[in-house]
Design a protein around this ligand. Structure first.
Ligand SMILES: Nc1nc2c(ncn2[C@@H]2O[C@H](COP(=O)(O)OP(=O)(O)OP(=O)(O)O)[C@@H](O)[C@H]2O)c(=O)[nH]1
Ligand SMILES: [Mg+2]
Length: 312
């Protein structure tokens, strides 16, 4: 299952305490320093399912540094932890309101630093105090309460009513293997495919009222906020294709009016189910929308080639 939102508490490890101790034979301090607590880093991954590994653990703590020991032995530094976050993730700190974004695959940055270890009493020796009776405590690691939100990064988005043929098109033009079904809401979470080195996302079907939670709701629309082109699929089977178009546009608007400004091509799907005359008549009704319209069918390879060419 694609997890796109989690709340998580992270905590860097505490520093180990400095040691208060004295040589047995010769009097004098020999307490070593505490080791540093582990850091927690965010690391980018192209695995869009990576948040699924985190959801079960709503709290992740790095280990504490080891305490200092007698004989001037320092405690070991604790291991750092890396948390893999998919490209497209934004991380918000609920307290400080800072936000971080994972935009590319080479990103790695510190989210919570581990605390420094305390100094042992050996470090505090001086000519005026040859037997310091104190050692420092390790510092606490940083704690953060984070909201993590993944918006998939795709160049193209396939949207439309359930059953419009979105997943079928994705299957035909990419090597993705989405589930296809002759019933609405076959697709329950976005499918991604690659075409001409760009990512195309097939979004679960929308219905009237999606923005108020009907059907699968509009929660997947966040994944098309960054696309550069929308493929709006309308099936020839629709009784009133123009109205269908407007219903979907209204849902886009309710989610985020900026979606209406995105370049858009209408894909009139399943053209094999209608006669040429009928297709012409549908195209005529849609003309007033003043949008580019491409009639397509998964049974017509020429139409699929035209679609692929648009993505070049
Ligand atoms: N005849 C014909 N049937 C098609 C075509 N494209 C899709 N279909 C059929 O239409 C039905 C729905 O196709 P899907 O690709 O699952 O539709 P979808 O838009 O992804 O649907 P949801 O996931 O529910 O939103 C399936 O039975 C497909 O086989 C087409 O070009 N011609
Ligand atoms: Mg589908």
């Amino acid at each position: 299952m694609l997890i796109t939102e989690i709340n998580i508490t992270l905590k860097g490890g505490n520093g180990g305490n400095g040691k208060l101790s004295f040589y047995k034979s010769r009097r004098g301090p020999d307490g070593g320093n505490g080791g540093k607590g582990g850091n927690i880093y965010a690391v980018a991954t192209s695995d869009i399912y990576a948040l699924g590994n985190l959801s079960k653990n709503s709290k992740i703590e790095a280990e504490n540094g080891q305490d200092g020991m007698a004989n001037k032995k320092h405690g070991k530094f604790a291991k750092d932890i890396e948390i893999k976050l998919p490209i497209g993730t934004s991380i918000s700190d609920k307290n400080s309101r800072e936000t971080f974004k994972i935009n590319n695959k080479d990103q790695r940055f510190l989210l919570c630093s581990g605390g420094w270890g305390g100094k042992g009493n050996f470090e505090f020796r001086s000519s005026s105090n040859v037997s310091p009776m104190y050692a420092q405590k390790g510092l606490e690691g940083r704690k953060r309460y984070l909201y993590i939100n993944l918006k998939l990064i795709a160049h193209y988005g396939l949207i439309g009513f359930p059953n419009a043929g979105k997943s079928s098109l994705l299957k035909e033009i990419t090597s993705a293997k989405p589930k296809i079904g002759d019933y609405p809401f076959t697709t329950l979470e976005p499918n991604l495919g690659k075409i001409n080195n760009k990512v195309i996302a097939d979004i679960p079907g929308l219905i009237e009222g999606a923005s108020t939670g009907k059907g699968l709701g509009a929660k997947f629309l966040k994944h098309i906020e960054k696309v550069s082109l929308l493929f709006h699929c309308i099936s020839c089977e629709q009784n009133d294709p123009k109205k269908s178009y407007k219903v979907i546009r209204n849902e886009l608007k309710a989610h985020n009016p900026k979606l209406l400004e995105k370049p858009e091509i209408i894909l009139l799907t399943k053209t094999d189910l209608k006669t040429e005359k009928e297709i012409k008549s549908i195209l005529k009704t849609l003309k007033s929308l003043k949008k580019q319209i491409l009639p397509v069918s998964i049974h017509n390879w020429e139409s699929l080639e035209k679609l692929k060419n648009i993505t070049k």
